[in-house]
Design a protein around this ligand. Structure first.
Ligand SMILES: Cc1cc2nc3c(=O)[nH]c(=O)nc-3n(C[C@H](O)[C@H](O)[C@H](O)COP(=O)(O)OP(=O)(O)OC[C@H]3O[C@@H](n4cnc5c(N)ncnc54)[C@H](O)[C@@H]3O)c2cc1C
Ligand code: HEM
Length: 415
């Protein structure tokens, strides 16, 4: 809990600090990486630095944490902390790195806000920083211990045992522990961090959701970020996805973290489930669906997926197979372009046509067209505008916000 004096100072300065957080975090990262270039080379995602998304996430999390301390002094924003702690744990962030972040963050605050930063202001925000840091460190320690991480080293060598082309742009990589040890336990929905050494020597890390439960290993499915001009992700080609697609064909060794991630299927429960994804956002959903099918689930399950066309839809045939295997599952597909192929046998009319358990529609996903069973728990994954739209549709359909979970394939949380 914040001391009453600090709470008063934080309350008085929160609007000014929040308003300047974008500038503060940009300067913070410049200072941090000037003093520790190895952190940008080997720990932080330099794509997210270049496109600015990590700055926003850091700023949003600090403002969110401070606001929570003021409004709910006796509790912690558990969901916010869990998301960050899982990500930190998967990257091997260490407790002794928190003073380094603190030093450069506060130097940036002093430089941006100038004379407004009195000793009292520093003391109050220092309290906020350390309350947040200590809460994160505690969760990170627990998560790493549960994952069997020793001495803070999360990396373990995995051999790429196979590669499957799912679509022109998505490939699945089958990973087996190269040390011959056991495959780590994981919860459906979780991800691993993958570290690769790029041609310029940088060791860059990215997260990939577990997209299945192969025998004797883990499986991830990676979309190549092409960097096409005019495409939604209109920047340069993706570094790590590009590397994996171009250089990894089978037999190589990749450094992989244990599975982490807080957007998971609860172990208990028999209520209805809705998985709603777009594009490569289907990977955690396919992971969860695979698990439900493997365990003979009798839950009512709706898998909704939106894609550009049937040809760009990863795991399209697996989705049919898994849906057919489950006792009470249906799939609802929305394609912007391209006729659903003959196997699907679905009509192309605006209303869509149901064949067996799979219904194919044209256009953008609209969940208000579905009759959602009462008590549905929803999992969302896809581009942020997609998740915002789908979340609104679910709220309109009466699904409470607490029953809507979402995974963000970038620095978040955003909704
Ligand atoms: C929890 C989680 C799970 C994920 N699961 C999956 C998954 O299952 N499958 C999957 O394919 N991905 C997944 N991702 C995304 C993945 O981690 C990577 O972000 C993705 O592969 C892109 O990485 P990259 O190195 O190829 O691209 P990067 O090089 O990191 O580029 C990322 C974006 O930034 C843009 N960018 C880079 N530099 C600049 C610049 N100078 N100016 C402007 N824009 C720039 C690029 O154009 C691109 O759009 C997941 C992410 C998270 C956080
Ligand atoms: C109180 C202090 C800290 C806060 C509030 C904080 C906050 C965050 C947030 C909000 C994210 C994005 C999480 C997401 O993906 O949703 C993040 C990611 C990350 N953090 Fe921290 N963090 C702190 C300390 C640290 C420290 C000490 C390090 C290590 C030097 C660190 C390294 C990272 C890295 C490498 C990422 C991933 C970056 C990326 O993928 O672009 N953080 N942190």
């Amino acid at each position: 809990m914040l001391s009453p004096k600090s709470a008063e100072t934080v309350r008085a300065t929160l609007p000014a600090v929040s308003g300047a957080l974008g500038e503060i975090t940009a300067l913070f990262y410049r200072k941090l990486f000037a003093a520790h270039p190895e952190l940008l080379r080997d720990l932080f995602n330099r794509g997210n630095q270049a496109n600015g998304t990590q700055r926003q996430a850091l700023a949003g999390s600090i403002a969110g944490f401070a606001g929570h301390l003021l409004d709910h002094p006796d509790s912690r924003p558990d969901a916010l902390l869990a998301r960050i702690a899982h990500k930190h744990a998967s990257l091997g962030v260490r407790a002794d790195q928190y003073p380094i972040v603190r030093e450069h963050l506060f130097a940036a605050i002093a430089e941006v806000l100038g004379d407004a930063v009195t000793d009292d202001v520093v003391r109050a925000w220092d309290e906020v920083y350390w309350l947040m840091a200590q809460a994160l460190i505690a969760v990170e320690r627990r998560l790493m211990a549960e994952a069997g991480v020793r001495d803070g080293v999360v990396w373990r060598p995995y051999r790429v045992a196979g590669r499957i082309e799912e679509t022109d742009e998505v490939a699945t990589f089958l990973l087996r522990p190269a040390d011959g040890g056991p495959v780590p336990a994981f919860r459906p929905g979780q991800y691993v961090s993958v570290q690769v050494q790029l041609p310029d020597g940088a060791r860059q890390i990215r997260q990939y959701s577990l997209s299945g439960e192969p025998d004797g290993g883990l499986q991830i499915s990676v979309k190549r970020v092409t960097g096409r001009a005019g495409a939604p992700d209109d920047g340069p080609a993706g570094e790590v996805s590009g590397y994996l697609h171009a250089q990894v064909h089978g037999g190589e060794i990749l450094q992989v973290s244990p599975p982490f991630g807080d957007v998971v299927l609860p172990e208990e429960g028999d209520g209805p489930l809705l998985f709603a994804s777009a594009g490569i956002g289907c990977t955690p959903m396919v992971g969860m669906l695979t698990h439900l099918a493997a365990t003979g689930s009798r839950r009512r399950i709706i898998t909704a997926h939106a894609d550009h066309s049937p040809a760009t839809h990863p795991f399209r045939t697996d989705l049919h197979r898994l849906t057919g295997k489950l006792a009470h599952a249906t799939a609802e597909l929305w394609y912007e372009e391209g006729a659903p192929d003959d196997n699907e046998g679905a009509g192309q009319g605006a209303g869509g046509s149901a064949v067996d358990t799979v219904t194919v529609r044209r256009g953008l996903m609209d969940l208000t067209q579905l009759a959602l069973p009462a008590g549905t728990t929803a999992y969302l994954c896809g581009p942020v505008p997609f998740m915002k739209a789908v979340r609104t549709q679910l709220l309109e359909s009466g699904v409470p916000s607490g029953a809507i979970h979402y995974e963000v394939f970038g620095p978040g949380p955003v909704l």
